[in-house]
Structures are given as C-alpha cells and as structure tokens.
Design a protein around this ligand. Structure first.
Ligand code: MLT
Length: 266
C-alpha cells in the first residue's frame, strides 16, 4: 500500500487485527525484513510496517535525513491510517535509534517499546570515520559494494552457509536501497544524538532482543540498555547475529507475543 505524505510517497503494510505494533526497519533495509513477523503475528495485532523514506518502495527526498525525521514520518503514517491506540514500537538497529527518538517525542502514543539489535549511544569518533569511509565508498563504487561488505556481518556463518532463503531475504531487501539513500542514512546515523541519559526516563514496558552472535552491535550494548531502562526485559537469542528477527523468527516472535500480552494485560 502507498500513502502520499507531504514530501514523498510512503510504502507500507497495515494488516492484522488487535492493538497496533509499529515495526521500523534498519539500515540499509526495508519493510520486507519484517516478513517473518507479518506472517506469524497477523492474528494477534495490527501490524503497521513502513518503508522509511528512500527505502523499499518509498520515494527518496533531497532533505538530509535524521532519526527524528524518520520518527515523524512513522507517526504521520499512523495518524493518517488512524492508528488510535497507543502503540508498541519495535525498531531494529537503525530502527531502534528511530524508536528512541519516537518514544522521546511522542511518549503519549507509546504503550511499549521493543529494541532489537540496537544501542543507545551515539557513534564514537572511530564510528564516525567509518561512516565517512562508507560514504566515500558509495560515491566511488556504488551501493552493491556496501551490500557485499555488510551481508557477511548481518548473519551467522551457519546461516550464511546453510540457509539460502534467509540470506536471500536480507540481500534482496538491501539491494533495493540506492547509494543515495545509503549515504543519507549514514550521515543521519553519524549525526544521531546520544540517548543513554534518556533511557532512565522510559516509563513504558520495554523488551530488548539481541542475537548472541551479533558482531555489528555487540550484546553488551543490549545489556547496558537493559540495566538503564527501569521496566526492561532482556532476551538474548542463540544462533543469531544482527538480523535476529529473520535468523530466529520462532524465538523472536515468541518473545514479542509474550511482551504484547504483558503490555496489554496490565
Ligand atoms: C543497522 O543495521 O541499522 C545499522 O547497521 C546500524 C548502524 O550502522 O549503526
């Protein structure tokens, strides 16, 4: 489905019945990365799944992107789709950075927060240099170099060897992203604020899910968020690297279902 927003056309899914869950994808991905959740959670919840601007089937824009801008786009989509209940917001990696902005700015619309394979701190100086190096690489060699470089880091060696459908989903989703959008994302992530101080103010139930073999964002980041957020549950999943929701969808979906019940039984 597509919706005309002020500056671009946004592609999204809005399906299922129940209290809403907003799924926000990571970099350099798109809404399809949530397919294993869409298939499984339809009967439980209303699933609202946008392609952020420039990603998947959403149009790019020329303005600089930011985590806050992505959060605004998601909330505009929810408003236009008349998603009235307070939401569970579930963000993967860069989508987690967006979710923290969203919960800070739109607190009254959030019933629960799910932080997947993400972190709260800003980029280190070294991290910022790596963003610049990737922007230069995109400029000289194009988007496929980044996909080739990232793919082996997103999944476990076991998945890469033996689960071609999982690899294909990650690769296909990334190949839809243009070099321009990747560069916009990298600049936006490089500029994102440090959110560690605000973690103590999060007053909705929070689920933190992380793959035990994540090398892109190590599990210690999840543990630190778990210690800082007052009402947080941490679930570390075996046999998963960064894309824990597609590598271990059964364990991931079970954790999400349990969390949904916890949020809505209160
Ligand atoms: C992501 O998976 O969204 C990004 O790799 C996160 C990051 O680069 O900080």
């Amino acid at each position: 489905m597509k919706l005309e927003l002020d500056h671009f056309t946004m592609a999204y899914e809005d399906t299922g019945v129940g209290h809403p869950i907003l799924f926000i994808h990571g970099y350099p991905l798109g809404r399809r990365i949530w397919d294993p959740q869409l298939r499984n959670l339809l009967g439980m919840a209303r699933l609202v799944v946008p392609d952020l601007r420039g990603h998947g089937d959403s149009e790019p824009t020329d303005v600089p992107y930011s985590m806050e801008l992505f959060a605004d786009d998601c909330m505009t989509l929810c408003e236009r789709r008349e998603v009235k209940d307070p939401l569970i917001v579930c963000g993967l990696s860069m989508g987690g950075y967006v979710s923290l902005q969203l919960v800070q700015k739109y607190k009254e619309h959030v019933a629960g927060l799910v932080l997947v394979a993400t972190r709260a701190g800003a980029d280190s100086d070294e991290g910022k240099k790596a963003r610049d190096a990737d922007i230069a690489l995109l400029d000289s060699k194009g988007a496929s170099t980044i996909v080739d470089k990232m793919l082996p880091r997103l999944l476990t060696p076991e998945t890469l060897r033996r689960r071609p459908k999982v690899v294909e989903l990650a690769e296909r989703t990334m190949r839809k992203t243009s070099a321009q959008t990747m560069a916009h994302d990298l600049a936006a992530m490089k500029a994102r604020p440090d959110m560690r101080e605000m973690l103590a103010t999060i007053d909705v139930p929070t689920l933190i899910v992380h793959g035990k073999e994540d090398t892109l964002i190590p599990p210690k980041e999840a543990e630190a968020m778990g210690a800082a957020i007052p009402n947080a549950t941490l679930v570390l999943i075996d046999g998963a690297a960064h894309l824990v929701n597609i590598e271990q969808p059964t364990a991931f979906n079970e954790a999400l279902k349990k969390f949904y019940q916890r949020v809505w039984s209160n």
